[in-house]
Design a binder for this molecule. Structure first.
Ligand code: ARG
Length: 623
């Protein structure tokens, strides 16, 4: 229901990561030469000018075997003369083994990747059940750029985990129960005191239609919030309204339902535009009924005690180097807090899904907060001993001035205006590009394309940074077709698509158009082709990048790190563009050679498409 892990239905693959294949070969050479096989670990070369891979095991073995490392290295090299994997093994002082792989080995490896499920990524990796809590918008408050990162990073992590085979449930966890609701209700009661919702004696049905639209709602909240900051009496009233809502006054509940409906519809539209999709649309309100029971349980278990009137659970640990304050469960007036709700939600998620892992995406300013909540959940045994609780705290999105981002108009940086700004700039660049290439693009197609590419620009700009770091939102750089950007990656994919389409068209005597790449006829032409041995360094470099896919994806999975996927597709795109620059693919007269390049391009395209899919965006047919 929430995306069945593919490996439970798909075919199994027994491919190893390329580095593991190479290490295994090296290990058996160490053994053959009479040394401990464990010394044969191979790494990617840190001197790419000298070799592709290297092994430093001979140095590590010198002590154990009372032998000069260079001699050990020479023995191992001698044991590798017939290797089907290495084309070059050189023992160099003081005892390095510098390695190059055979073109034939690489070609075989790529052909296996092309035929395997998920390009041979090791399938036993992902098999856990995860609940991921991301997005976290607040109902009745406009979505702002702060929520953008949570949505973008969370969506990508969800997709990476799913790709690896985990069962993942994404929950938006809306802020739908706090003071912001009371503020709106109170302000509304001043503006429209005659509404039935405020009539305590009213017993009839409440109207179906909400007494406000989303734009009114979005205006009411900031107004009310501003007033409450200036006027303590106003705030007092808003808190009273919040309390009445929470204690179930029917008119207030009915208004709350309206706010939810209007807000959620708007949120859905916004997240759809971002290609962000949640399995669960739950919020803070959903677990309120569980709080009294949970509080009782924490008291009964001796975990929670009263301190200055508030109910708290101690969560400090001996090894703490910073002060970790107690986790407050109830305020002295008996009200619950943000963390009370989070703890109740943990308890609900455990009961309902029994996940192996809970992942949260918020601003890193909530780091300490989640530390407290997680410790409290562990101490009070709301989770099992081995339940993995992970908070991924991300940095701030700054403007080019290094300060938290503001839109050009300088107004409140709303998500929608940010997207509009990107799309506008993208549209300009797409038209400019079309004009410079001398092809016509109609306004509608240009706008559609700008939307697709604009989303890639925003998402790649965000995801290519390590999440915990602040980053600079630079409209001009993010939308550029060159450099480490989303549009550059898409441009590369579009270029490959166009070559493949032209090739397919030629092979079917011109019957196929560029747009027919997905057609059966095109697939028939393109499938079944095999990659063969690289004939140039550029081609080999491209093939080496392709072969890294499994290693990279596994690291991205283990570290919940979309930036690894970005770094990889940037390298892969560069390698492709280098190869493309040096190779006349479509005019090549040797059919076999050409067919093998086409097979390679097809694989590169599929890998790039898979990667952008897990990042949460897609490529247009042309741009
Ligand atoms: N609504 C919160 C905010 O705007 C984020 C919620 C994050 N999730 C959670 N389980 N606390 O800051």
């Amino acid at each position: 229901m929430y995306g069945i892990p593919q490996h439970r239905i798909g075919k199994e693959s027994d491919m190893q990561k390329i580095l593991d294949c190479i290490s295994a070969e090296m290990q058996s050479a160490f053994e053959k030469a009479g040394y401990d096989g464990a010394l044969g670990r191979v790494t990617v070369s840190n001197r790419p000018d000298l070799c592709e891979y290297q092994c430093n095991g001979a140095m590590a073995g010198a002590k154990q075997y009372h032998k000069a490392p260079l001699m050990i290295a020479q023995d191992v090299a001698a044991a590798l003369t017939d290797s089907t994997i290495f084309s070059e093994v050189s023992a160099v002082a003081p005892g390095f083994l510098n390695l190059k792989v055979k073109e034939s080995f690489l070609a075989d490896y790529l052909n296996q990747m092309a035929a395997a499920d998920r390009f041979g990524m090791e399938l036993e990796k992902g098999n856990k059940k995860v609940v991921i809590d991301y997005g976290g918008p607040n109902v009745a408050k406009p979505l702002h750029v702060g929520h953008l990162r949570s949505a973008i990073i969370g969506e990508s992590i969800k997709r990476i985990l799913r790709y690896a085979g985990d069962e993942v449930i994404g929950d938006i966890h809306m802020g739908d129960w706090g003071l912001q609701m009371g503020l709106v209700i109170y302000e509304l009661s001043l503006r429209q005191p005659d509404l039935v919702y405020f009539d305590e004696n009213y017993t009839g049905e409440y109207p179906e239609e909400a007494p406000f639209t989303i734009s009114e709602l979005e205006e009411i909240y900031p107004t009310a919030s501003g007033k409450s900051k200036e006027d303590p009496a106003y705030k007092e009233k808003a808190m009273e309204a919040t309390f009445k809502l929470q204690s179930g006054v029917p008119g207030y509940r009915a208004l709350w339902q309206h706010m939810m409906k209007v807000s959620v519809a708007d949120l859905k539209r916004n997240y759809d535009n971002l290609d962000v999709h949640f399995d669960l649309w739950r919020g803070e309100s959903d677990v309120q009924d569980m709080i009294p029971g949970m509080v009782q349980y924490m008291k009964d278990g001796g975990f929670a005690y009263y301190s200055d009137g508030a109910l708290v659970v101690d969560v400090k640990e001996e090894t703490d180097t910073k002060e970790v304050p107690p986790c407050m469960i109830l305020k002295s007036d008996g009200a619950s807090l943000y963390n009370t709700t989070d703890l109740a939600t943990i308890s609900e998620r455990m009961e309902e899904f029994n996940p192996d892992q809970l992942v949260y995406l918020t601003d890193k300013r909530q780091n300490l907060y989640f530390e407290q909540v997680f410790r409290c959940a562990r101490k009070t045994k709301l989770v099992e001993a081995d339940t993995d609780l992970v908070h991924i705290g991300f940095g701030t999105m700054n403007g080019t001035d290094g300060k938290p981002y503001k839109t050009r108009s300088g107004g409140v940086p709303r998500l929608e205006s940010l997207i509009a700004e990107i799309n506008e700039e993208m549209l300009r660049k797409i038209k400019e590009n079309a004009a410079s290439k001398g092809y016509d693009i109609d306004e509608k197609e240009a706008e559609e394309t700008a939307k697709i590419v604009g989303l890639a620009a925003i998402k790649y700009g965000d995801l290519s940074n390590q999440a915990s770091k602040d980053y600079i939102f630079d409209l001009d750089r993010f939308t550029s077709f060159e450099g480490d950007t989303g549009p550059y990656i898409l441009y590369t994919i579009v270029r490959i698509k166009s070559i493949l389409a032209k090739y397919a068209s030629k092979k079917t005597a011109g019957e196929l158009q560029a747009a027919d790449l997905q057609s059966e006829a095109a697939q028939a032409v393109l499938s079944g082709l095999k990659v063969s041995e690289a004939k140039s360094t550029g081609e080999k470099e491209l093939m080496m990048q392709v072969a890294r896919f499994g290693t990279m994806m596994e690291a991205a999975y283990e570290e919940c790190a979309p930036h690894r996927v970005c770094a990889y597709i940037y390298d892969l795109s560069n390698a492709f563009n280098g190869f493309y620059h040096d190779t006349k693919i479509l005019t090549e007269e040797d059919d076999t050679k050409q067919a093998s390049w086409i097979a390679l391009l097809k694989l590169v395209k599929e890998i790039l498409e898979t990667c952008i899919q897990v990042l949460g965006f897609e490529a247009p047919d042309r741009m």
